[in-house]
Design a binder for this molecule. Structure first.
Ligand code: ZN
Ligand code: ZN
Length: 55
């Protein structure tokens, strides 16, 4: 169950990356152990296009 903190990123943070960081188990439960998260990798490589809070 995702926490309120995980669902409410502060201004300037990426909604997806915040959620994946603070609700890691929840966000990554579909992945195999040690498998990279495609969503996290995509943001790491390509940026957080349109998902930053407050813009
Ligand atoms: Zn992720
Ligand atoms: Zn991101």
């Amino acid at each position: 169950m995702a926490s309120q903190k995980a669902l409410n990123p502060p201004k300037g943070e990426c909604r997806q990356c915040w959620y994946h960081a603070y609700a890691s188990n929840e966000a990554h439960k579909h992945l195999k152990p040690r498998e990279d998260c495609p969503a996290c990798v995509d943001h790491m490589l390509n940026g957080h296009d349109g998902m930053i809070v407050g813009r």
